[in-house]
Design a protein. Structure first.
Length: 279
């Protein structure tokens, strides 16, 4: 199994989402939300001054964008970017990834600390933004919450805790509240970053500080371990017309210092098991 480049020249890609026959993604340090189709044709959708990260859509089709540095959830509709919710009241660090429930509530991950400024790791809160724009703490004491998925039945959310080296599951209620926290899988060889779920219940996991990515089952069994050579993977998405194309966001490093290198890529690989659930 080998990744093949689809698009290069990114400052730092994040938040890949497959929708309308295109992969949407954020390019952090040039402050852009962009798309690329399976032929490699790219387009800029909107510029987000506060540095875009996680992406998602409300059930009515409204696009939502995490604005990292000013700790906001933005709405993009009718060609206009407006504030959906202020997250600074509960965010102890930069805001990051996001997943939107099919019923409307949105869960947004927070770093909890500034790693690139040399701060020591500390737990963070997972924010929930309801359709009315109100902001709530969905879960606490998460060690660098990052990528997340929701199972096809809509009843379980699984989130990567990067600095705990584990995937953590919660029961997901109709109103977006979380309960029954438990370890879904330990990932001792991988600091999990972005993740995506497939139809057999496996999760593809990118490793933020390693040069490989894995596919893991509940309980921790690793079925695939993909060597990325000199590169690292930071986010992934199963998409394409049959959801059997694994899109992986890679770079030679992370942090603001990497931006000028423009070494980020979207890479792809065909897999046997299609994507499932959300995003």
């Amino acid at each position: 199994m080998k990744l093949e480049p689809l698009l290069d020249g990114l400052s730092f890609g994040e938040g890949p989402r497959w929708r309308d026959d295109r992969l949407y993604f954020s390019d952090f340090y040039v402050h852009q939300v962009r798309t690329v189709d399976e032929s490699g044709r790219a387009e800029t959708i909107v510029e987000v001054p506060g540095q875009p990260s996680g992406l998602g859509w409300r059930p009515d089709g409204t696009m939502l964008i995490v604005s990292m540095t000013d700790r906001r959830l933005m709405r993009f509709a009718g060609g206009k970017l407006t504030v959906e919710a202020e997250l600074g009241g509960i965010a102890t660090g930069l805001c990051n990834d996001m997943i939107v429930d099919a019923k409307g509530p949105t869960a947004g991950a927070k770093f909890g600390f500034d790693r690139h400024a040399g701060e020591a790791p500390r737990p963070a809160v997972l924010a929930r933004v309801d359709p009315d724009g109100s902001v709530h703490s969905a879960a606490s004491e998460l060690m660098f919450p990052n990528g997340s998925v929701i199972t096809p039945d809509g009843r379980t959310m699984i989130i990567a805790e990067t600095f705990a080296k584990r995937l953590t599951a919660f029961d997901l209620a109709e109103d977006g509240t979380l309960s029954n926290r438990r370890v879904w899988a330990e990932t001792p060889t991988c600091n999990p970053d972005g993740i995506c779920l497939d139809a057999e219940g496996g999760i593809w996991v990118t490793g933020a500080f390693t040069h490989h990515m894995i596919r893991v089952l509940e309980g921790g069994k690793v079925t695939h371990d993909l060597d990325l050579g000199e590169r690292a993977a930071y986010a992934c998405m199963l998409g394409g017309r049959d959801r059997r194309t694994l899109f992986v966001v890679t770079n030679s490093g992370s942090g603001p210092a990497i931006a000028a290198k423009k070494d980020g890529r979207i890479e792809t690989m065909r897999v046997d098991v299609p994507g499932a659930g959300l995003p």
